[in-house]
Design a binder for this molecule. Structure first.
Ligand SMILES: Cc1ncc(C[n+]2csc(CCOP(=O)(O)OP(=O)(O)O)c2C)c(N)n1
Length: 606
């Protein structure tokens, strides 16, 4: 309620948007980072004619409604990103502002637009806002405007219970312009002039600090933390409506007000449409045929880490992908997320497509989601696989909102060696595979890495590419990374065992199979870079590939959780790693041809 005047001013006086075409490229983007205030956004979308009707507001938060508990991108017209986990929307907005500026700079595009985000105390307390604000200040994203709903209240009580930050100083130190609005939350003209001042170019993002009173104008609950989430009683509703001088009638929305609102919104929308163009034509679709034609070949005798392979793939296909924008959280060379022809994205080079995120994985993930949902960009971001945990909330929201982000995770096993148990991922594959809507691919060699890139481009949502630090032999044709799996060694009609391996363990499986052959045990070896692709594209073929085998084993240098879905006996690592050279750790933890063949022999009793 206390943000309703701000919402009204944004939608009816400040933002350029066209309700008849919610996806019009040059629209200003609006993000409600405090997603728990979703009813504010739904009410605005209803009034402005985005397709929501009163019945939708009446079914707020109910099964199958267009008005879920928190705003969901792709679910409700006019909702740009999915918010609710506090701080994510703020960082998404930073990504949107990067995408907007990069495209406008490269294409001398007149459709530059603003990104508006409303963030509350919760968003600004969350660590991700510190990372994202710092990055935005460094980059000087002057078309990013954040309105801080400064009501000093969270669920537990006053913010003073846990927080003594000086938000103004904090943002000034990040390089933001800060406008302190004063007590203007109900003054429409003052709100408008604050937002208009925020649009003035100054080479910095702007934070508007808006003092509000939670629950205003409820006479009983305003300023109280109980207003945050407790439903108002009938009495509270009555007195709040009295304070607003509106009838005490549920869902009071006078027809003439609603139709006038929609008329004005449509007329404003039409007036903007005449002035600006759209998304540059070359950014509208991905030319997969051109990307396929540009893919690099990997010599059959090459020994190459898949993190190096991805860099070759990115370099080779970058010309065919004008949408590509790449970056890493201070591990650019290590992860392979580097295109040598791309300028660095900086304040002085806004056209740059190589982003140095600094050591800010969480913001990198969420900004990438914002870029993807902005449109016109294909963000690829990279870090070590173990630090996927630092980005998990952003990865989850990428999946939930079908944001086409490619997460590149290198150093994907205990093969990373000396760093000790903090650095080798163990449970990360199981964790990412459990996220619905995230495509996970762990290629075994260069050919599978190249095809994994194609699968990532084809997929309507995010992909995690899980890549090795260590060099690997070329063992596949690559088809497994589009089909899901590939049989590499057949072993005749009825092999004694099947070994299903992923990534760097594919070559170990082949070695184990050759060792077993010497004692008369015949194996079928399968490379299975992706559970998701196998499930969606070739499950029956996979099952029949294993059907004739005596006993099936999986082999992967990580948690065995989940593998029982596909094989009889998983072989993996269900403990943390250790500090020693990578090959030693792998060997000690049973990921070597001889250890694997021993396990299989004993399982078969031979
Ligand atoms: C990451 C995260 N942690 C916790 C929550 C639960 N939560 C929802 S709203 C809220 C308080 C937010 O306070 P504020 O931003 O000041 O919102 P206001 O009370 O003004 O509505 C919390 C803790 C959440 N949504 N996301």
């Amino acid at each position: 309620m206390s943000l309703a005047p701000l919402g009204h001013v944004l939608y009816s006086r400040v933002m350029r948007h066209d309700p008849r075409d919610p996806k019009w490229y040059a629209r200003d983007r609006f993000i409600l980072s405090c997603g728990h205030a979703s009813i504010l956004q739904y009410a605005l979308l209803y009034l402005n004619g985005y397709g929501l009707e009163l019945a939708d507001l009446q079914s707020f938060r109910q099964w199958d409604s267009a008005t879920p508990g928190h705003p969901e991108a792709g679910h409700t017209n006019g909702v740009e990103v999915t918010t609710g986990p506090l701080g994510q929307g703020f960082a998404n907005a930073v990504g949107m502002a990067v995408a907007e500026r990069e495209i406008a700079a490269r294409f001398a595009d007149k459709s530059g637009h603003f990104t508006y985000v409303i963030a509350g105390d919760g968003c600004l307390m969350e660590g991700i806002s510190h990372e994202a604000a710092s990055l935005a200040g460094h980059l000087g994203l002057e078309r990013l405007i954040c309105i801080f709903d400064d009501n000093g209240i969270t669920i537990d009580g006053a913010t003073g219970l846990s927080c003594s930050d000086d938000v103004v100083k904090r943002f000034e130190s990040y390089g933001w312009r800060v406008i302190v609005g004063g007590p203007i939350a109900n003054d429409l003209d003052a709100l408008e002039s604050m937002l208009v001042s925020a649009q003035e170019p100054c080479g910095k993002p702007t934070l508007c600090v808006l003092k509000t009173t939670i629950g205003d104008p409820s006479p009983t609950l305003k300023g109280k933390h109980e207003a945050h989430g407790n439903p108002f009683t009938a009495e509270h509703v009555t007195e709040a409506k009295q304070a607003m001088s509106i009838p005490d009638e549920p869902f009071f929305a006078p027809h003439d007000v609603v139709s006038r609102y929609r008329e004005v919104a449509a007329a404003r929308g039409a007036s903007f449409r005449d002035a600006t163009g759209g998304l540059p034509a070359e950014l509208q679709t991905i030319d997969l045929a051109a990307v396929r034609a540009a893919l690099p070949q990997f010599a059959s005798d090459a020994q190459i880490a898949t993190r190096v392979a991805i860099q070759k793939v990115l370099e080779a296909t970058s010309t065919a992908l004008p949408q590509l924008i790449v970056g890493s959280a201070d591990l650019t060379g290590n992860t392979g997320v580097k295109v040598s022809s791309f300028a660095s994205q900086q304040k002085s080079s806004p056209e740059g497509r190589q982003i140095y995120y600094g050591i800010r994985e969480h913001a990198m993930g969420a900004a990438s989601v914002g870029m993807a949902l902005h449109g016109g960009t294909l963000p690829v971001c990279g870090t070590f696989f173990v630090f996927a945990d630092y980005m998990k909330p952003a990865i989850r929201l990428a999946a939930l909102s079908k944001a086409k982000v490619v997460f590149v995770f290198s150093h994907d096993s205990v093969g990373v060696g000396e760093d000790g148990p903090t650095h080798p991922p163990i449970e990360q594959l199981a964790s990412l595979r459990s996220i619905p809507g995230l495509q996970v691919i762990r290629p075994a060699d260069g050919a599978e890495t190249a095809q994994a890139w194609i699968s990532a481009l084809e997929f309507d949502g995010p992909t995690a590419l899980v890549l090795s630090r260590q060099n690997l032999p070329q063992t596949t044709t690559g088809v497994g990374a589009t089909a899901g799996f590939e049989v590499l060694m057949n072993g005749g009609p009825q092999p004694d065992a099947a070994i299903v391996a992923t990534g760097s363990e594919v070559s170990v499986a082949l070695e184990a199979a050759r060792t077993l052959e010497q004692v008369g045990i015949v194996c079928r070896v399968v490379s299975m870079p992706s559970w998701d692709l196998t499930r969606s594209r070739s499950l029956a073929a996979f099952e029949s590939a294993l059907a004739g085998c005596g006993r099936s084993f999986s082999l992967e240098a990580g948690s065995t959780m989940g593998w029982h879905e596909f094989v009889d006996q998983p072989i993996g690592i269900d403990r943390f790693g250790a500090s020693a050279p990578g090959n030693v750790v792998l060997d000690k933890l049973g990921i070597s041809g001889s250890s694997v063949s021993d396990v299989i022999r004993s399982a078969l009793g031979r």
